[in-house]
Ligand binder design. Structure first.
Ligand code: GSH
Length: 241
């Protein structure tokens, strides 16, 4: 029985898991969990992950949540090429360093822009005060600066000349504000050259396929039935505003 991956490609961590599995020819069954229909709150998904977030994995009687844990599990179980998750202890530590940092920095700052620019005004119909938007943008820019100055420096990729899990997790998060109409790569030549290398390493076809849902999201949300999401308006506003 192949691995089951519970995914919604609206979600950045789902895209990293999806791209990683596809790129490495890992056999898996795609189990769609629609976040906007609240499927992650259903009984079936509760048996896979009590955290009730995607991505999640089931491999026989073994269930796993958290994208980073899933990526590492797949890398180790399927012995993917060393560059993704290097055996060298210092290179691996660099990958861990980025994966640890990004949760509360790049990921949070990127996703916040998406919610403030797209989901909250369009789907929930709540106006976002300009100062909230300005602060979110400042935070995102600070994370992007840190990514360039600390994690990338003058290297081609985070860990040198080969793409690793760190680059994969970084690019999917950076695409979230891009999908919200904010081109973070404009005026950042070093970052856009890195983005081009990452896209080439993944393969443009797979990259675009994985990002299609999110890149179309500004159109999708206009006709979306937001009733499920609206039930969570207070929680969403508490999180992002
Ligand atoms: N730290 C988790 C984050 C997962 C996560 O936040 N997933 C979001 C989609 S991007 C989700 O499932 N949200 C549903 C909810 O919060 O109700 C990971 O890296 O897997």
């Amino acid at each position: 029985m192949s691995v089951e991956l519970y995914l919604d490609l609206f979600s950045q961590p789902c895209r990293s898991v999806y791209i990683f599995a596809k790129k490495n020819n890992i056999p898996f069954e795609f189990k769609k969990v629609s976040l906007f229909h609240g499927e992650h709150f259903g009984d079936d998904f509760g048996k896979i992950s009590l955290i009730r977030k995607v991505p999640a994995l089931r491999d026989g009687d073994f269930c796993l949540a958290e994208s980073v844990a899933i990526l590492i599990y797949l890398a180790e179980k399927f012995r993917t090429p060393d560059s993704w998750y290097p055996a060298d202890v210092r290179q691996r530590a660099r990958v861990h360093e980025y994966l640890s940092w990004q949760h509360s920095a790049m990921r949070w700052h990127g996703v916040r822009i998406f919610w403030l620019r797209v989901m909250i005004p369009v789907v929930l119909g709540v106006e976002v005060p300009q100062e909230k938007m300005d602060t979110a943008l400042e935070d995102l820019n600070a994370s992007l600066d840190l990514f360039q100055d600390k994690f990338l420096q003058d290297r081609a990729f985070v860990v040198g000349d080969r793409m690793s899990l760190a680059d994969l997790v970084a690019i999917v998060e950076m695409m979230q504000p891009v999908a919200a109409g904010l081109d973070i790569f404009e005026d950042r030549p070093k970052l856009s050259a890195w983005r081009d290398r990452v896209q080439a390493a993944i393969g443009k076809e797979l990259f675009d396929e994985a990002h299609r849902t999110i890149m179309e999201s500004q159109e999708t949300v206009k006709v979306m039935d937001g009733s499920t999401l609206k039930r969570f308006t207070p929680k969403i506003l508490r999180m992002f505003m």
